[in-house]
Design a protein around this ligand. Structure first.
Ligand code: ADP
Ligand code: ADP
Length: 226
């Protein structure tokens, strides 16, 4: 677990688009923060800067006590969950979940134990030897979660992870994500354009507009002001 400190962060893309302007967010250890706002407001850009997938034009990002601006994505101790799952089609569920650990030279017995524990939490035990194409959308999204969980990262970053699911599944999966995050206590930064999703998941919401913070607070503070 770790806090995340986003300090005066801006992003200027080549061509002159200022996608993010002077954003400050202090995420506490174990907190679930949701970045919400309409398409084009800078959510993905901010998340991708925290993930190390996009360079930071100005400002600093700290994870724990480390400034990560120049740290490679693989060395940031974060795990990311995407909307398109990013599963390997030729690998089984078990292999997909183990893959990131194998790359990090984790001992085999430890990998097996972590995959087994994640599969139990996510109710994926019956599907461990299947390939992604033989799974439903919800099951695939659970495998993507499993792949993040087994890493035991300092933080989870979620990029619209539920937007490819149908409405009913979206509601049940967001409940599962929240339960899992509470149980693991992993600091989380979650991007969505869906206000209802944001309200249900967030300890605190950050509303972005035109690359700047418009509001920051608990769902009650942001959406139920008199
Ligand atoms: P959101 O995730 O909220 O939809 P984005 O972070 O994707 O917003 O985009 C914010 C702004 O930055 C938009 O105006 C978008 O067109 C622009 N943008 C995003 N990626 C790039 C890029 N690689 N190059 C130039 N402009 C970009
Ligand atoms: P999202 O809003 O989920 O990021 P988009 O379709 O806006 O999805 O963006 C998909 C990809 O295209 C991203 O990698 C983003 O950085 C890039 N992109 C978005 N807008 C622009 C832009 N104006 N110029 C160049 N690349 C862009």
């Amino acid at each position: 677990m770790a806090s995340i400190d986003i300090n005066q962060v801006s992003k200027l893309y080549d061509g002159g688009v200022k996608a993010v302007s002077g954003v400050d967010i202090q995420i506490n250890d174990g907190e679930f923060i949701v970045l919400v706002g309409p398409s084009g407001c800078g959510k993905s850009t901010l998340l991708r800067m925290v993930a190390g997938l996009e360079s930071i034009s100005e400002g600093t990002v700290r994870i724990g006590d480390r400034v990560v601006n120049t740290v490679e994505p693989a060395d940031r101790d974060i795990a990311m969950v995407f909307q398109n799952y990013a599963l390997y089609p030729h690998m089984t569920v078990r292999q997909n979940m183990a893959y990131g650990l194998k790359n990090r030279k984790t001992p085999k017995a430890e990998i097996e134990a972590r995959v087994a524990e994640a599969a139990r939490m996510l109710e994926l035990e019956p599907y461990l030897d299947r390939k992604p194409r033989a799974l439903s959308g919800g099951q695939r999204q659970r495998v993507a979660m499993g792949r993040a969980i087994v890493r035991k990262p300092a933080a989870f970053l979620f990029d619209e992870p539920l937007s490819n699911l149908d409405a009913k599944l979206r509601v049940s999966m967001r409940g599962e994500i929240r339960k899992l995050q509470r149980r693991l206590g992993t600091t989380s930064l979650y991007v969505t354009h869906d206000q209802l999703e944001a309200m249900t998941l967030a300890d605190r919401l950050v509303v972005l507009s035109g690359g700047r913070i418009e509001q920051i607070g608990t769902p009650l503070q942001v959406y139920h002001r008199p």
